[in-house]
Design a protein around this ligand. Sequence first.
Ligand code: CO
Length: 463
Amino acid sequence: MPKIRFVETVLRDGQQSLIATRMPISDMLPILDVMDQAGYHALEMWGGATFDSCLRFLDEDPWERLRQIRAQVKNTKLQMLLRGQNLLGYKNYADDVVTEFVKKSVENGIDIIRIFDALNDVRNLQTAITATKEAGGHCQTAISYTTSDFHTMDYFVNLASQMAEAGADSICIKDMAGVLTPEAGFELVTRLKDRLILPIDVHTHATSGIAEMTYLKVAEAGADIIDTAISSFAGGSSQPATESMAIALESLGFETGLKMDKVAKIAEHFNPVRDRFRKSGILNPKVKDIEPKTLLYKVPGGMLSNLLNQLTESNLQDRYDDVLKEVPKVRADLGYPPLVTPMSQMVGTQALMNVLSGERYKMVPNEIKDYVKGLYGRPSAPLNPEVVKKIIGDEKPITVRPADLLAPQLPVFTEEIKPYAKSMEDILLYALFPKQGKDFLGRREDKFYDVPVQKINVTFATE
Ligand code: CO
C-alpha cells in the first residue's frame, strides 16, 4: 500500500494564515499529548511569525513555548520554518548568528528545520544547512515555488539537486501562494522522485480552491509528506483539512498512519478556540474565502488583501486593479522573484508606488535598492537593465554571497542586550527582533521598565 504522511500545521501556518498567529500557548497545552499520539509525521509549531507574535502580542517567551511543547510532545517530531540567512527576520544575519540560532533551536527541542530562501539562492541556505546537520537536526530545504517563463520544471529539478548536494535530508515544494496546480504538482513530484532519493514534502494553501486536488495528484506521483491543518483551522488561506485529506486518501488506498479518533479529538479541542477568535473578530471571515484570482495574477491571497487594505486606508480603492496589473510587471522587471516574505511585501510596495506616484520607479524603497544591488542574493532571472539603471545608476551589483560581507555580529548583540539577557537564547531573541525583544526582556528583568516607555508612547500618540 502506498504511504503518505502528514505534517500538522495548526500550531504555526494554520493559525498564522487565519488568525495572524495570535494563538497563545494556553490554547495548545491541553491537547498536545493527543496530538503526540495521532500519528503525524511532524507538528509544525515555530517560525518567524510565531516568534514575533509571542513577543509583540502575547508576552510569551518563544523559547519557553518551544520547551513547553517539547516537554509534552515526546514522540512526534517538532518542525520549524527558517528563512535561510534571514533566520526569522527580514535581513541577512552574519554566519555566527545563523549557526548559533540553529544550534539553540535544536537544543531546545526542534527536530526538523525547513529552510527556504525567497530567491531560491542556495548560497543563502548553506550556513543554516550545515548548522542543522552539525546540531543533529533534520534539514529540509524548501523550493519557494512560483511561476514564470524562467521557473520551468528543469529549473526546479536542478534547484532541488543543488539542495541535495548542499546537504538537504528532504525537499519541500513550498507553494505559499497556492498556485501549484494539480498538473504541475504531479509533474514536479514525478520529476523530483526520478532524480532524487530524498523524501518529498508538498506544502500548499487552499486560497485558490485547488489545493485538495493538488495534494491528490502529488500523492499519486509519490510525494512522501503533505502539510495539512486540523479542520478547525483549515481552508481559505490556510492548508486543506487534515481529516478530509486523510479520509479521501485512505479510501484511495493510501496508508496515512493517522489515528482518526485522536484526530477527531484534536478538532473537538480547536473548534471552540476557533469560535472564540471568530467572535472576537481576529478570525476575519474573508480569510476563508476562495480567491481564484490568485491563479490569474500569481499573487498570494495575503498580498491581495494587504494591497486592498492599504489602498482603502488612503481612500484609493479604485486604483486596486491598476496596482494588481502592476504587480506582475514589477515582478518581471526584478527577475521574477517568488512572492514570499520579504519579496511579497517589497514587490507590493513598489507596485503601489509605481501606480500612485504616476511614474514607474520614481520612488523606490531602500529594500528594493538593496535587492537590485544584489544584497538579498542572486535573482532567478536577469533584471530589466533599464530599471536597474533607474534605481542604482552605474553602481555595480555585488556577486558574492551577501552574508560574506558581514562581520560576526554575536559580540555586538551580546554587548547591546547585556543588562537584560540571561542566556544565549535571550541574546538571539534580541538579535532577531531588536525592539520587541528588548522590550520583552526589559519587562521581564526590570519591573519599572515599561513605565517610561509607555509615557513617551502616549505623548507621541496624542499629538
Ligand atoms: Co505556508
